[in-house]
Design a protein around this ligand. Sequence first.
Ligand SMILES: Cc1cc2nc3c(=O)[nH]c(=O)nc-3n(C[C@H](O)[C@H](O)[C@H](O)COP(=O)(O)O)c2cc1C
Length: 351
Amino acid sequence: MNRKVVALIVAIFIVVIIVGVIFPISNRENSRTNNSSSGETINNTVEVGEDRLVFINGGSFEMGSPETEMQRETDETQHEVTVSDFYIGKYEVTQSEYEEVMGENPSNFSGDNLPVENVTWYDAIEYCNKLSEREELTPVYTIDGENVSWDRSANGYRLPTEAEWEYAARAETTTPFNTENSISDEEAKNSENILIAYFSWSGNTENAAEIIQGKTGADVIELNPVEPYSSNYNEVLDQAQEDMNHDARPELANHVDNMEQYDTILLGYPNWWATIPMPIASFLEEYDFSGKTIIPFCSHGGGGFGQSITDISKLAPNSKIGEGLSIHYSGGSGLENDISDWLSNNGIEEQ
Ligand SMILES: Cc1cc2nc3c(=O)[nH]c(=O)nc-3n(C[C@H](O)[C@H](O)[C@H](O)COP(=O)(O)O)c2cc1C
């Protein structure tokens, strides 16, 4: 399968999960009017009563990412696109919503209120049709095996087009998020609510933590295990592997008294056997990170983050994970700049 096909499949998958479902305004005017007293006006959107849909005023925008935007695809050529008015799901389709309609939950990371995942585009359009039927609307899609057609006159639920999705996501900005360059820009971060927490064995992560501290002025905690690891490289390799095999939680020598003060944790660690060292797991299990943002920085010998980000997400459920910084060993002469860019991308101002 070539790269474009893969990208397309991924794009469709993301649209399904992130955006939920929409349906044309013309067919929902009544519902909007009936519920307007409980709705709330936000810029150009109107919440439809208790529904999970928001109304989006149509308009023109520059579709595609500017050259400076992170994670831009090389084939994105910016061009003006005009979209009509539409409604869009405000939240991702949850597992409980999906299961109620489809009778099954294919997700890996289960949780009623988590977004449904592991769904194909075909699953998603079937979900739309079934949802339409439940609400006595006319299903939009005619599905015949892999042949699918879209009846534009039908009043049921459908997936947003790529243009509608991007128009809604950019929300009259030209930046990746409606809050500019980071999802968290609205929560102006300052050094008082940021904690730098790190574990380092041979000093690379520690050096990065010190630079980050110098740039932000944030509080720092080094996560030292009560029983230190061997200073011998071959021995620590074995110890780390044993930790992993036993899913160990080494006791930490130091603790954070006032975790509620912090809403952003810059979490530093070396890549050990393609994931976090287990003292990091001990740290993540010791506190409640719900609602907090964890922003990882990881020093490694070529393996990048490995599966550490996934493991952090599992250990700190209900936290947000910010954009991570991958540091090759010591990070070399570009580290200072890389750290500055990373802080800025995460909406953290330097002091
Ligand atoms: C026990 C152990 C396991 C490691 N496993 C990996 C690995 O799986 N992938 C990788 O890229 N680097 C691995 N490394 C290399 C470290 O991630 C790298 O040397 C890092 O810069 C060390 O950071 P520190 O100086 O903060 O301890 C490992 C190092 C150790 C000691």
